[in-house]
Design a protein around this ligand. Structure first.
Ligand code: MSP
Length: 533
């Protein structure tokens, strides 16, 4: 039987600094997918969190004259706040300093060791603290002053240390077989080639412990060593599912790890190799999204263009930022953003299009029917064509409004299953445009005098369409969607089954609900210049 569970994760972020908009982007996109799956009836586990161990954290804390734990606490709290501000619907916020996580890491280690894949040796080679990654000499490039840099452009240092190693070399063929057999293991497909050529170029055993610092998970039976931070970090996905308790299999294997393109190698090479070694099922998919650029430029502390996402949301609203990132950045590719673009998109798509539609229809009803829910009569061809375009109504054009079939959402569902997030949102926006056209064409204000019965049908058709739009918008703009649904006296999230609900309109009428004059769902936004963002 197919599992009805859906386990999705973001990467866990280093809390060596405050979150930036790239972190918010990953959380928002993953949240939209998680919400979509929940509304489709899946039992979802959605996990995000912070990756708190390792040299980078220790060095940053030392530089700030802080305890490492205090640095982690301070910034992890900001990541949590970011999640709250953006309405991220995670089920767990994991911190790798959580007690249960240590047990999971140690159990995974023991199993890899029992399989003969861990041995003690000496590491001599290049390490980038910023990337928390080991690099081969051949991967390095020269900086402007001739200094050696990692492929990501970060400084590397020569490291010599006793270390435990993982026999990654044993997994070269197994990994290639995996990519071959599980065609969608690495998504989008464009990320696959890079990984395949990295693996084909030959895998060396991987250093997986350190002795020169203590800020990490102790290696079982050898407390002189702490685990390499990526062994610890990747294991968070198991911990959050409940590993090593047998119950972890309820959600494991994960359906998708959503991560940025810079860390695909860790997830698509090291992670499956560790899991194979430990005899644990592999995640179904690794999805490497693109990078968010600030006005087309890479964000960095030195350029001073790192935007605080919490401030951005406080200034312009959660839905405005979410909507921009989800609808205007093609998921999987790099994207650019600016405060101006967020405001412009919000005003055009949300305030002027969806907001205005809701405003027009509800205030017309409040005013002209004294809030009474319009009675719906028989549909004409124009209505049918409209509803077909919105909801692809089925063949019988004269079917009453409350039995309209809605494969529209089925299309969206199959797109969303492939994480075509921006395509789904533009399709939604097109439906909003159609609704506004319908209002203009069928002009209920003109019908008020000439044909009040027909006027009510037009309004009923519009209410039906708006409700559909609100239901479909929930994963993207949860606040606004909730406000729109509240106007239908609906105060809980509505599952997508509600789109097929044949009797809701009759029930709504029977409830005697009075439609109130609406308050604006989307106030128009203005750019706030200072302080600049
Ligand atoms: N701690 C590791 C991940 C461990 S997962 C087991 C890490 N942390 S990070 O803080 O550097 O990055 C967290 C996530 O944010 C990563 O998926 C990364 O790709 C993503 N992003 C970092 N900068 C980004 C942008 N500018 N744009 C979009 N995503 C970005 O890597």
């Amino acid at each position: 039987m197919d599992k009805n569970t859906f386990y999705i994760t973001t990467a866990i972020s280093y809390p060596n600094g405050a979150p930036h908009i790239g972190h918010a982007y990953e959380a928002i996109a993953t949240d939209a997918i998680a919400r979509f799956m929940r509304l489709s009836g899946k039992d979802v586990l959605f996990v995000t969190g912070t990756d708190e161990h390792g040299l980078k954290m220790e060095q940053t804390a030392r530089g700030l004259g802080m305890e490492t734990r205090a640095l982690a606490d301070k910034n992890s709290a900001l990541f949590k706040e970011m999640c709250a501000v953006f309405k991220i619907s995670h089920d767990r916020f994991i911190r790798t300093t959580d007690d249960d996580h240590k047990l999971a890491c140690q159990e995974l280690w023991r199993r890899m060791k029992a399989n003969g894949d861990i041995y003690l040796d000496r590491y001599e080679g290049w390490y980038s603290v910023r990337d928390e990654a080991y690099y081969d000499e051949s991967e390095l490039k020269a900086g402007q002053g001739g200094e050696k840099l990692s492929p990501q452009g970060t400084p590397v240092e020569w490291t010599v240390e006793e270390s435990y190693f993982f026999r990654l070399s044993n997994y070269q063929q197994k990994l290639l077989d995996l990519y071959n057999a599980q065609k969608t293991f690495i998504q989008p497909e464009s990320r696959l080639n890079e990984i395949v050529s990295f693996v084909k170029s030959g895998l060396r055993d991987l250093s997986i412990s350190r002795t020169s610092f203590k800020w990490g998970v102790p290696v079982p039976d050898d407390e002189r060593h702490v685990m390499y931070v990526w062994v610890d970090a990747l294991t968070n996905y198991l911990t959050a599912a409940g590993y090593p308790d047998a119950g972890y299999k309820k959600y494991w294997p994960a359906n998708t790890h959503i991560i940025g393109k810079d860390i695909v190698r860790f997830h698509a090479v090291y992670w499956p190799a560790f899991l194979m070694s430990a005899g644990i099922a592999l995640p179904e998919q690794i999805f490497g999204h693109g990078f968010l650029l600030n006005r087309g430029e890479k964000m960095s502390k030195s350029t001073g263009n790192v935007v605080d996402p919490i401030e951005l949301a406080k200034r312009y609203g959660t839905d405005a930022v979410r909507w921009y990132l989800l609808s205007k950045v093609s998921f999987g590719e790099d994207g650019s953003y600016s405060a101006e673009a967020i405001i412009e998109t919000h005003n055009a798509d949300l305030a002027n299009s969806f907001g205005n539609l809701v405003q027009r229809v509800f205030s017309f009803i409040a005013k002209n029917l004294e809030g009474r829910i319009p009675t719906y009569g028989s549909l004409i061809i124009g209505d049918a064509a409209f509803l077909e375009a919105i909801g692809k109504m089925d063949e019988q054009k004269s079917k009453p409004i409350h039995s309209i079939h809605s494969p529209y959402l089925d299309d969206l569902r199959s797109w969303m299953n492939e994480y075509m997030i921006s395509q789904v949102s533009s399709s939604w926006l097109n439906a909003v445009f159609l609704c506004n056209q319908y209002v203009d064409t069928h002009a209920p204000w003109a019908l008020r005098k000439t044909d009040p019965v027909r006027m009510e049908t037009v309004l009923a058709v519009l209410l039906d369409a708006i409700r559909r739009l609100a239901i479909a918008a929930q994963p993207f703009i949860p606040d606004a969607a909730a406000k729109a649904l509240a106007m239908f006296d609906q105060h809980e999230p509505l599952n997508f089954d509600a789109l097929q609900d044949a009797t809701w309109y009759l029930r709504w009428i029977a409830s005697g609900f009075i439609i109130a004059p609406p308050t604006a769902i989307f106030p128009r936004l203005e750019l706030q210049e200072s302080p600049p963002l």
